[in-house]
Design a protein. Structure first.
Length: 151
């Protein structure tokens, strides 16, 4: 079963169960996937799992950013709603790597590229983005790369 089909099946389950938050998040996700398919002129085709994972990762990042902004504006209720939506979306992504695993991947990428300073950050992130796509928050990866290259 393709990821997109799983999302549709989970949406139907959420509707039957009366899970308003899950239904809302999956409606948005289905809509976003459909809009991306239209952009790529694949309206009737099922998008690849990789494309759907990219969309989900983007939506998770959007939720986390919004939650941070709501916290800064002292709107804890809205921040919690955004975080709850992110948790629902994270269930569709591969298991996220821990910090130790990310550090090991960064060390390997630095060795592979021969990076010597901050100017080589792009080379390292280029290698890591392919390897860690959907498995780690690339903002965290970028911070670790910078620390390693500077330190």
């Amino acid at each position: 079963m393709h990821l997109e089909e799983k999302i549709v099946a989970d949406f139907k389950e959420a509707v039957k169960a009366g899970d308003v938050l899950r239904r809302s998040v999956l409606t948005m996700l289905k809509s976003t996937i459909h809009n991306k398919a239209i952009e790529k002129k694949q309206r009737d085709a099922v998008m690849s799992d990789e494309e759907v994972l990219d969309i989900i990762a983007s939506e998770v990042k959007r939720r986390r950013d919004a939650a941070g902004q709501y916290r800064d504006a002292s709107r804890q209720d809205l921040a919690e709603k955004e975080e709850a939506e992110a948790v629902i979306l994270l269930a569709y992504l591969p298991a996220q790597l821990g910090e130790a695993e990310i550090i090991a991947a960064v060390d390997a990428a630095i060795a592979q590229t021969g990076a010597a300073g901050e100017k080589d950050k792009g080379k390292v992130l280029g290698v890591l983005s392919k390897e860690l796509k959907g498995k780690a928050d690339m903002a965290v990866v970028s911070q670790i790369v910078i620390k390693k290259l500077l330190g």
